[in-house]
Design a protein around this ligand. Structure first.
Ligand code: SF4
Length: 418
């Protein structure tokens, strides 16, 4: 153990008590491929997180008393399988040894799938790891952006990885970044998933982040909203009709947020201090949107709140509460609360998108929230209105997924990363 002694008490009297729901860990910044829209600035760096950093981090997290009863540990930001299997065996054992019985932990990988083999599948099964594979659709769409470092398409390798997961009985979902071409072809996208026996699908619309500027996000917002709504409406209804694609994240995560018990707030873990704890391979810590980790900005510097190898979690939390980052994110959330009719579903949006799209955390509407919050909400209400209340009363399965994900599964499916 290094650094300061563990501290379990909130450092600031009267401050909101954090509730850690997700820890996003970067085992290595390195990625073995080179997607054209990747926002990660350090993806050639092969440094791997030290085991002492894992130990220190989870000693602090579990001793804090701030964990939700169920936390997701998402290994991401770089290609997680670029670190060796032995790294994870040791890290998982450490986390399990430190874990209090009152907290359950679900490990999750977001991967490009190109390095999956039988040995990895064994680890995933033994440790019940949730897997998200990034694949953008059929070969001609996927290979346009997801390329090797020498510029070749990665479709064949990703497909081979998915088939290896299927052969070994490892469940997974896919995450597809939608571009101009895929947005225009919901039926073709659905046919691809059905043809590959993929039953859980998440979409990200290609966006401008870091140094990447998306053509799609240059589209006027109203036009993009109309196009995405047309895509999602068609995809959702056809997927339901097929009975083969049973989970469409954009819809199936919005339904329980919309039809939740009276008085239950919609929590947005990107807007609460430390609710998402984001840690890079050298122990640097940030919070809120994970994409902020590793970026720099003239107003906020590097967005870091401390380093877990030298700071206690209580110090990091105190830094967060005093930061301009938190001040401005909170102002943005309050602005949303006062101005937006979707706030009760959304909870304040994605800070990183507010910064990239509007130049400030303090604003409200972005193209991102228009697509991820407003469009799904509108489509669900549209379906509800069309069939009237009897639809839900008589056949809830029509709108609610056959097997709703647990909180942990839903959180694991939620990060919108490439
Ligand atoms: S939908 Fe957009 S404007 Fe509305 S609460 Fe969410 S982030 Fe704010």
């Amino acid at each position: 153990m290094t650094g300061e002694p563990l501290s379990a008490q909130p450092p600031t009297c009267g401050a909101p008590r954090p509730e850690i729901g997700m820890v996003v860990l970067q085992p290595t910044a390195f990625c073995n491929i080179n997607c054209s829209y990747c926002y990660l600035p350090d993806r050639s760096n092969k440094h791997v997180m030290a085991q002492s950093t894992v130990t220190r981090l989870f000693s602090e997290v579990f001793a804090s008393g701030w964990c939700a009863h169920e936390i997701i540990v998402l290994w991401h930001a770089g290609e997680p399988m670029a670190a060796p299997i032995s790294f994870y065996r040791e890290a998982f054992a450490t986390i399990e040894r430190l874990r209090p019985s009152s907290v359950s932990v679900k490990h999750s990988f977001q991967t490009n799938g190109t390095l999956v083999n039988d040995d990895w599948c064994r680890l995933f099964q033994e440790s019940n790891v949730g897997i998200g594979v990034s694949i953008d659709g059929p070969r001609e769409i996927h290979d346009r952006n997801r390329k090797t470092r020498s510029g070749k398409g990665t479709f064949d390798k990703t497909l081979a990885g998915m088939r290896c997961l299927q052969k070994n009985g490892v469940p997974f979902h896919v995450l597809s970044v939608l571009s101009n071409d895929s947005l225009a072809d919901p039926d073709g996208m659905l046919a691809f998933y059905i043809g590959e026996n993929i039953d859980k699908v998440c979409f990200n619309v290609e966006e401008s982040e870091g140094t990447y500027v998306s053509e799609l996000f240059d589209t006027p917002r109203a036009e993009l909203r109309t196009r995405f709504a047309a895509f999602l409406r068609r995809f959702w209804h056809q997927a339901r009709a097929s009975g083969k694609v049973t989970f469409v994240r954009e819809i199936d995560q919005a339904v329980p947020r919309m039809f939740r018990p009276e008085g239950m707030p919609a929590r947005n873990i990107q807007c609460d201090p430390l609710a998402m704890l984001n840690v890079d391979s050298r122990g640097n810590v940030s919070s809120f949107s994970p994409e902020l980790l590793g970026m720099k900005n003239k107003d906020y510097g590097d967005f870091l709140l401390g380093n877990i190898t030298i700071n206690s979690l209580a110090e990091i939390y105190a830094n967060c509460l005093e930061s301009a980052l938190w001040r401005d994110i909170r102002a943005g959330t309050r602005a949303c609360q006062g101005a937006c009719e979707y706030y009760s579903i959304c909870g304040g949006g994605s800070p990183v998108n507010k910064l990239f799209e509007n130049g400030s955390f303090t604003g409200t509407t972005t193209s991102f929230c228009t697509l991820t919050q407003m469009v799904p909400t509108d489509l669900i209400l549209e379906a509800y209105d069309r069939l009237e209340k009897t639809w839900i009363d008589n056949d809830p399965a029509t709108i609610v997924p056959a097997s709703s994900p647990t909180t942990a599964e839903a959180a694991a499916l939620s990060p919108r990363m490439p």
